[in-house]
Design a protein around this ligand. Structure first.
Ligand SMILES: [Zn+2]
Length: 145
C-alpha cells in the first residue's frame, strides 16, 4: 500500500509570480481566499509578524496565532517602478509602498487604479485582497475612505 504524503502547496497561489509553493504559513492563502490579509503573532512573547512567520526569532517558540491586517496604515514611503523583475514586466509602471500599522509594517503594491498623483506620504491606506486575472491572489494598498 502506498503511503504517499499529500503535499501542502497552497502557497503557489500567491502573487503574480509564485516563488514558492510550500511554506510553513500556507494558511495565509486560506485567509486571502476568505478576503483577509493576515499576519502572525507569537503567543509566547507577543511579537507581531508581517509577512507571517511560523517561528519566532525572539523567543524561539513556534506557537503562533493569526491576526487580520485590518483598519488603516500610514503610507511611509513609496517608489514608482519603471523596470520590473521577470514576470512583472507587463505591469510597469507600478508603485510599491510600505504602510505603518503601528506594531508592524506591510510592504506591497499600490492598487493599479490609484494614480500616483494621489499618493501622499502620511496618508491613511487600507490593505485589500486582490485577485489577478490568472486566478492568483495578492494584496494591494487602497486609499482609505
Ligand atoms: Zn516569541
Amino acid at each position: 500500500m502506498s503511503r504517499k504524503k499529500e503535499v501542502d502547496d497552497r502557497f503557489k497561489k500567491f502573487g503574480t509570480v509564485s516563488f514558492t509553493a510550500i511554506s510553513k504559513t500556507n494558511d495565509f492563502i486560506d485567509y486571502l481566499e476568505d478576503g483577509k490579509v493576515a499576519g502572525t503573532k507569537c503567543r509566547s512573547c507577543e511579537l507581531v509578524f508581517f509577512p507571517p512567520r511560523a517561528d519566532c526569532y525572539q523567543c524561539l517558540q513556534s506557537d503562533m496565532e493569526w491576526f487580520e491586517v485590518a483598519g488603516t496604515g500610514k503610507l511611509m514611503t513609496y517608489s514608482r517602478l519603471q523596470f520590473a523583475p521577470v514576470g512583472f514586466d507587463q505591469d510597469v509602471p507600478y508603485c510599491i509602498a510600505l504602510l505603518d500599522y503601528g506594531s508592524y509594517k506591510v510592504f506591497g503594491r499600490i492598487a493599479a487604479e490609484l494614480p500616483e498623483e494621489q499618493l501622499q506620504v502620511g496618508m491613511e491606506m487600507t490593505t485589500a485582497v486582490n485577485r489577478l486575472p490568472n486566478g492568483q491572489l495578492n494584496y494591494v494598498f487602497k486609499k482609505a475612505d
